[in-house]
Design a protein around this ligand. Sequence first.
Ligand SMILES: Cc1cc2nc3c(=O)[nH]c(=O)nc-3n(C[C@H](O)[C@H](O)[C@H](O)COP(=O)(O)OP(=O)(O)OC[C@H]3O[C@@H](n4cnc5c(N)ncnc54)[C@H](O)[C@@H]3O)c2cc1C
Length: 275
Amino acid sequence: MSHRFVAGEELDEAVSAARVCNDQGMLVSLDYLGENVATMADAQRARDAYLEVFERIAAEKLNANVSCKLTQLGLDLSPEFCEGQVLSIVERAAHNENFLRVDMEGSDYTERTIQVVKRVRSHSPAIGTVIQAYLYRSEQDIQDLLAYGCRIRLCKGAYKEPPQVAFPRKEDVDANYVKLMRLLLPSGFYHGIATHDPHMIGATIRCAAEMKICKEDFEFQMLYGVRTDLQRRLVRDGYRVRIYIPYGNDWFPYFMRRLAERPANLAFFARNFFR
Ligand SMILES: Cc1cc2nc3c(=O)[nH]c(=O)nc-3n(C[C@H](O)[C@H](O)[C@H](O)COP(=O)(O)OP(=O)(O)OC[C@H]3O[C@@H](n4cnc5c(N)ncnc54)[C@H](O)[C@@H]3O)c2cc1C
């Protein structure tokens, strides 16, 4: 059932999915699934997997970059150890003229993630991160990261957060998304607008036209298996679209987040399961 959202358990399957996206005119970000590892050995294995992904992207001549999560690289175990791991991956990315995007996890990790990204960014421009529009702190974080020249992916946010840190109402999250998108687009850096929401996409297209920002100066990003119709339409209209392709055997938490953010998915999967 998870195959709708996850390319497979092996890198080969992710590479095949990436090839199909590239052939359809879309860019890709490959994510080796995993989070909250328990040991440094597991975190080091994850780092090695990422080094391999960058080599494979180069060997296969894919138009793809890479996304990772810091808790998969040992953030819970030691921020310094994690930072060293990220630095070695980013050095490989830079060597291959590629880019590492650090996903944003639950709000307990926001500050630590931003600190690691800022420190690594001061060594290399081949790293960027993600800002979640549902967090109250995000506008401040964007100002802070832009001062480091950091490229940002803007998303709404996928974790269950308390009202002390995040807007509880969808209308407020959407309004903040538009506000933050309007800060990012004219900033002079290349950012990713990650959403499947036609209202957010429409607002972005209007903002780019109003501010005379070219289609090449930003990209839309969407998840593998979600709104493929919209993905293709944006490509047809000349926009840059990057598809986030997750793979690996630790797919369960990612799959559950995709089910949780859309109750209709749950009904769909339950029906198919019992059939
Ligand atoms: C490329 C990318 C990277 C992301 N990285 C992160 C990250 O690092 N950290 C993080 O917290 N979140 C991340 N997210 C997830 C994001 O925060 C949202 O949870 C998710 O994208 C749904 O929000 P939306 O903007 O699509 O809007 P919504 O208002 O939730 O959805 C708009 C429409 O999109 C479609 N849709 C949305 N989600 C689904 C789904 N699961 N299944 C089927 N249809 C769906 C539906 O048609 C829905 O009506 C990422 C999203 C994308 C696209």
